[in-house]
Design a protein around this ligand. Structure first.
Ligand code: F6R
Length: 614
């Protein structure tokens, strides 16, 4: 939520910052703004409602000459999206400009105190309080900007990644973080600063991840300095960035979402590389074998996640219970944290998050750790907070996911959960070895099978035309297909704004069946599995009430084909692997319906990719 970028060096700051904002736009696109100090010591702030392109248009006839600057793309929390609520915010004396990602929880108290001291506010944001407070402390104490930032942050309750520049000191950027991500790119005589490394991937691969409660002092022509809030100098750990520009570009596709759907055969290959070896005979996952006793002795596994990651967690429950015979509970991280959870040192808590930055999931991890559980993280973004906050974990390795609607991260998470379950089952000897081997062989075939599913795209595009203007959809599935139905419904609502409800198929008769009529299509996920005969009855129940049915079935299915209005056939795979195969047509269906409706699929309204606020 919100993206921040900064640059200091000898190059053109404006170009770096605007390019960086485009890369970070997935984090929010309510408004965008930029602050630049030119070589004559003038601070120019340009900001506007809307996307980064609107800012670029706005800046066309402005003075954008500068070698230092900061910029922001906003996902509104405090104060509606508007020009004046856009960042950067500036201090009353016009000397400081600041950008912020996060929320200042005690902003009201601080604002009231500053108003009493005669400050005037120009926005409804929590952020403006911070810049006014820094300036107030600076003037009152006649101290350096660094000291003023440190003192201000001590008074602030909340989450933040900030960057501040000063008109009278254009050779310096001060940045700091607590619970919101921030990374510095170290170039040759120049520094980049951003919410993630994507804005500077083409300029440097040397990165420093700023830690919680750490202040970065970034000065032109001097080495980077990292300081703790009590002013101790911290060690600098420069890491090599594993990201390429091609991963950040659309590569000929009209949208990132379509690119990411089509990429799944190769992202699944990346995800299983080195983990399923010896022709499928051996499966391993980082952090499991080296904590074997913990996994063998776990009395229970609790999985915490949000949104799409929560859906993959539900699939993880089926996988782990089936293969490892360990009871599994799946919790929304946002509910878990306030539910007085009962967690013991005999539990393993698994946190799943594509971004690795979701605030609720991070809070759940802290609680679980505090209660003595071993916490294992599954994320996609290398160097993000969740891998650092957990005892152990692994990455899904599907590359940057930029479309706001998660697609390849979902199949990557499900793949990793499959490997996790197989690895634990191997340790506990709960899976028949011959079956495990067969499963390993199937996993190696999966990328090619997903490729076959993707070939359905033209059929799905045609089918989408029939249902583009439906007002409601029902998505049904049972067993492993139930979370797939939930995920299919979420994909449709978030990018096409059509109401869609995901339901366990057998529960339908306890209420939602009342909704079924010719106006409401049902998407039924019905591959050949041990519940197949049961779901055939559910398909008949919908048909008997005049509902139109789109069914996802296994190749060669004739029973459902004779009942449903439309069938999409997917290759046969073992039951536990069906979610990876059946979720792909649902991703495509939602994509094409949203496109038919003219929606912005990569940046759906009100959403942002990385939810770093509660
Ligand atoms: C939906 C979607 C969201 C995320 C959720 C959690 O397509 O992407 O529901 O899954 O915000 O995000 P992560 O996985 O980054 O914790």
């Amino acid at each position: 939520m919100c993206g921040i970028v900064g640059y200091i060096g000898e190059g053109n700051a404006y170009n770096v910052l605007i390019g960086g904002l485009h890369r970070l736009e997935y984090r929010g696109y309510d408004s965008a703004g930029i602050a630049l100090v030119d070589d004559n010591g003038k601070l120019n702030i340009y900001k506007t409602l809307g996307k980064v392109q609107a800012l670029e248009n706005f800046c066309k006839d402005k003075n954008v000459e500068a070698r230092v600057g900061i910029a922001h793309t906003r996902w509104a929390t405090h104060g509606e999206p508007s020009d004046c609520n856009a960042h950067p915010h500036y201090s009353e004396d016009g000397n400081l400009a600041l950008v912020h990602n996060g929320t200042i929880e005690n902003y009201k108290v601080l604002k009231d105190a500053l108003v009493e001291h005669g400050r005037t506010f120009h926005s409804d944001t929590d952020t403006e309080v911070l810049v006014q407070l820094i300036e107030y402390i600076r003037v009152q104490n006649d101290c350096s900007l660094l000291d003023a930032v440190r003192e201000a942050l001590k008074q602030v309750v909340g989450a933040y990644a900030i960057a501040v520049i000063e008109k009278d000191n254009p050779d310096c950027i001060i940045a700091a973080r607590k619970s919101s991500p921030l990374v510095v790119g170290v170039g040759d005589g120049e520094f980049y600063l951003a919410s993630d490394a994507s804005p500077f991937v083409e300029f440097t691969d040397n990165v420093v991840y700023i830690k919680d409660e750490e202040i970065a002092l970034i000065r032109r022509g001097e080495p980077l300095k990292l300081l703790s809030f009590d002013n101790k100098e911290n060690e600098i750990d420069v890491k090599k960035l594993e990201m390429s520009i091609s991963q950040l570009e659309k590569g000929g596709y009209p949208h990132f979402m379509l690119k990411e759907i089509f990429e799944q055969p190769s992202t699944l290959l990346d995800c299983i590389r080195g983990r399923v070896v010896d022709k499928g005979r051996f499966v391993t996952l980082n952090g499991v074998n080296d904590n074997s006793e913990t996994f063998i002795n776990a009395k229970r596994i609790v999985i915490v996640a949000c949104g799409t990651s929560w859906h993959s967690a539900l699939i993880g429950k089926y996988l782990i219970q089936d293969m490892c015979k360990i009871p599994v509970v799946v919790e929304y991280a946002s509910e878990f944290r306030y539910s007085n959870p009962v967690i013991t040192h005999e539990d393993i808590v698994i946190a799943i998050s594509q971004s690795g930055e979701t605030a609720d999931t991070l809070a759940a991890i802290k609680i679980a750790r505090g209660m003595g559980a071993f916490v294992y993280g599954i994320s996609n973004v290398v160097g993000s907070s969740i891998p650092r906050e957990t005892h152990s974990g692994t990455y899904i390795h599907v590359g940057p996911e930029i479309g706001v609607a998660s697609t390849k991260a979902f199949t990557g998470q499900v793949m990793v959960l499959t490997l996790l379950a197989m690895t634990i089952a191997g340790l506990k000897k709960t899976l028949e070895p011959r079956y495990a081997e067969k499963l390993g062989e199937w996993i190696l075939k999966l990328p090619a099978l997903v490729e076959k599913v993707i070939e359905l795209a033209p059929d799905i595009e045609r089918l989408s035309l029939i249902y583009t203007y439906a007002r409601n959809f029902l998505y049904l599935g049972r067993g492993y297909s139930y979370p797939v139905a939930l995920e299919g419904a979420l994909k449709l609502k978030e990018i096409s704004y059509i109401h869609a409800e995901g339901y366990p198929a057998a529960e339908m008769k306890h209420g939602p069946i009342a909704l079924v009529d010719a106006e409401m299509p049902s998407v039924i996920v019905a591959p050949k599995d041990h519940l197949y005969d049961k779901i055939v009855s559910n398909v008949q129940q919908v048909k008997a009430r005049g509902g139109n049915i789109i069914a996802i079935v296994t190749e060669g299915d004739t029973t459902i084909r004779n009942i449903a209005d439309h069938v999409l056939e997917v290759p046969e795979v073992p039951e536990c692997l069906t979610p990876i195969i059946t979720s792909v047509p649902l991703q495509l269906l939602s994509y094409y319906i949203a496109i038919n409706k003219g929606k912005d699929v990569d940046m759906p309204r009100n959403l942002a990719k990385s939810v770093t606020v509660e």
